[in-house]
Design a protein around this ligand. Structure first.
Ligand code: NOJ
Ligand code: CA
Length: 666
């Protein structure tokens, strides 16, 4: 039952003032959205179980060349709706997703002479709420240049916040700061917030043709944030054509940190694929490739003596992949244009010409003969027009060679030398990429691209993306490596935006020949646990074949699935630890990953996710008694035990450690 009601509150001031209040409740009645409409505009507020989370907050727009659409409004009508559906994913953390929500649309118009109209559509699930704008086509509102979105989030309290800074040069590739919310200035979403009895995350969904939303601290008490739209180079924020739907502004709510990970709100806010969408070529896979040896300085992307991409080296990877159930092999530096400091100049890449010493035709032929696929690579170096001019040919070239997935990237501080990686320019470009890839039957894994907003539901060939400070920073990027807490923060922050191509699986911790200051800040067992904890349908085994060959722990990487029937975050504290369990989509097997920060810890885990009373053989890949991420990262142990579904497990995690467990029904 929709709890949405229209209450007209008659308040008398010197002039008669009519504030119209509309309410929307979540299906379990806990979350309450209150919408008010009057001469100050439309505001919304959010509470949970009667306790405020967001105080009355503004909505509306300012435009170039016409007055703002924000003040002097009245409700024309409201519409309510209840929705209860179960839908099947093409791939994902869960095969089936429940979508049970209530909806309220508030249609408003201006009270002055112009009578411009718009609507705000609210939806409430038990695990969060979302709202978006709809501007119907009107004579005065047709082609619009938006200069400001007025949406604010007036937080009730100075929550503890986990955030990365916006308007800097490294895209989303930062370690997260943990601070009082009031210390955050302009931050990317997801922004994750916590207080004693509540967790929240602010993000957006269905970002299709609009700039991304940054949250900007705008008031003196420093807990009111504006939905700051990342501008075009000329300062305009967004170009839209009515009828126009904005992206959804999403507020996830839970009582404990793990609740944030067990929510499907983002996918539920995106449209299903068009009925004629071809998904036959879409398949989650594991891949390895000529990559880490470049990041550690052993090899180079540049052609010549130290060139990483050679036909012979690719065949070494293919042989290993074929022998060890790895589906695909990536080769970076395969094409012309990588000479010297390629990231410092305008791009010279050809996306259809292999470099000397690398025969892509022969490599794809050899791979196919071994049952392995090739993952293509497009590094654009942020040169969008250079890339777009070749894009059709580039994807056709891959399709003709049978290359069904591409890793791509946008290294550079600004696109085309001037545009942010997070503005409408990039959103539009990336959607062109995804559609072109789909036309040619190619899956996409993008680095340095726009954050995820759940669009992989609509375009299921958007498999995964980086948009995070990944493993590469432990290898050789300008910075030293990540902190041990990093991988215990990102599931609760960046992970809420969708799959992460973090590229786990480093087995050899002794790679400091060219990188004396870089470390992988985990134990070996934690590297294994990341395959469960960090979700990605294209999951890399990032180390070299030589470092895997003969290592008994590689059996875990061979076994661990990349597509899941169900997933559950069992327990966790942001930045401290996380325990996640997932069931394989194609068997009754379960997999569990547990990770900790620099603190060693003992965890007691209930296996209630298994079939109660059923017996399982558990294979445990764990830290050894003397494992430590800094002093002894390679130490690990493997044990087996029998267990009945519902039994409890004890896990001992070393400093920077983890545990990876496989449960096979007996
Ligand atoms: C940055 C990507 O994140 C990394 O994976 C890739 O190796 C380099 N760019 C080169 O394209
Ligand atoms: Ca990167």
């Amino acid at each position: 039952m929709s709890k949405s009601v229209l209450v007209l509150l008659l308040l008398y001031c010197s002039n008669t003032l009519v504030a119209q209040t509309h309410e929307l409740r979540s299906p379990d009645n806990k979350l309450l959205v209150t919408v008010s409409v009057d001469e100050k505009g439309v505001t919304y507020a959010l509470s949970s179980d009667g306790s405020p989370l967001i105080r009355p907050s503004n909505l509306g727009f300012s435009f170039k060349h016409q007055s703002s659409l924000a003040l002097n409004l009245t409700t024309e009508s409201v519409e309510t709706n209840n929705h209860d559906e179960r839908w099947e994913t093409v791939w994902g953390e869960r095969r089936f997703i429940e979508d049970k929500h209530n909806a309220l649309t508030v249609n408003v118009k201006e009270t002055g002479a112009s009578e411009r109209r718009f609507s705000v559509i609210f939806k409430a699930w038990n695990d969060g709420i979302a709202f978006r704008y709809f501007i119907p086509q009107q004579q005065e509102l047709n082609r619009l240049t938006i200069t400001k979105e007025h949406t604010t989030f007036a937080f009730d309290r100075n929550f503890r916040a986990w955030w990365i800074p916006a308007y800097r040069n490294q895209c989303y590739e930062y370690q997260y700061s943990e601070s009082a919310l009031s210390s955050a200035d302009a931050v990317h979403t997801p922004l994750t917030l916590e207080d004693d009895d509540v967790v929240m995350a602010i993000h957006e969904a269905a970002l299709i043709d609009y700039p991304s939303m940054v949250l900007k601290n705008i008031d003196d008490n420093q807990i009111i944030f504006n939905a700051d739209l990342v501008p075009w180079a000329n300062g305009d924020k967004a170009y839209v054509q009515t009828p126009f739907f904005s992206p959804w502004r999403v507020i996830q709510v839970g009582t404990k940190a793990a609740d944030l990970l067990n929510s499907d709100i983002l996918l539920n806010l995106n449209a299903p694929p068009a009925p004629d969408t071809n998904t036959s070529y879409i398949k989650p896979v594991k891949y390895m490739g000529i990559w880490w040896e470049m990041h550690t300085g052993e090899k180079s992307w540049s052609p010549g003596e130290n060139q990483g991409a050679t036909t012979e080296r690719a065949k070494t990877y293919i042989d290993f992949a074929a022998a060890h159930r790895i589906d695909s092999v990536l080769i970076e530096g395969w094409n012309k244009g990588w000479e010297g400091e390629w990231w410092q100049r305008k791009p010279t890449f050809s996306f259809t010409t292999p470099v000397e010493g690398f025969d892509l035709q022969e490599v794809t032929r050899y791979a196919a003969s071994k049952g392995v696929t090739i993952t293509g690579h497009h590094e654009t170096a942020a040169g969008i027009s250079w890339y777009e001019n070749q894009m059709e040919d580039a994807f056709a070239y891959y399709r003709d060679l049978g290359i069904g997935s591409v890793k791509m990237g946008y290294v550079g501080t600004r696109l085309e030398g001037k545009e942010w990686h997070h503005g409408q320019f990039m959103v539009r470009h990336f959607n062109r990429v995804v559609r072109t890839a789909a036309e040619h039957g190619v899956m996409v894994n993008a680095h340095e691209t726009i954050k995820g907003t759940g669009l992989s539901r609509t375009w299921p060939n958007i498999m995964t993306r980086e948009s995070v400070r990944g493993m590469e920073y432990n290898g050789g990027s300008p910075d030293t490596g990540n902190l041990p807490s990093h991988t215990v923060i990102i599931p609760f922050t960046r992970g809420l935006a969708g799959p992460i191509d973090f590229t786990p699986g480093i087995f050899n911790f002794d790679y400091q020949k060219h990188r004396p200051h870089n470390r992988v800040p985990t134990t070996l067992a934690k590297q294994l646990a990341l395959y469960v904890v960090l979700y990605s349908p294209l999951q890399m085994a990032a180390d070299l074949p030589e470092n895997y060959e003969g290592h008994p722990a590689f059996k875990w990487i061979e076994d661990v699935p990349v597509d899941w029937q169900s997933s559950v975050a069992l327990d966790g504290e942001i930045g401290e630890f996380l325990v996640t369990a997932r069931q394989d989509r194609h068997s009754e097997n379960w997999y569990l990953g547990a990770v900790t920060n620099h603190e060693e810890r003992q965890l007691t885990v209930s296996t209630h996710f298994l079939v109660p009373g059923k017996e399982y053989l558990v294979t445990r890949y764990e830290d050894a008694a003397d494992s430590h991420w800094r002093t002894n990262p390679s130490a690990w142990q493997m044990k087996s035990q029998r267990l009945k579904g519902g039994d409890t497990l004890k896990l001992n995690l070393a400093s920077g450690g983890g545990a990876a467990l496989q449960f096979v029904p007996l």
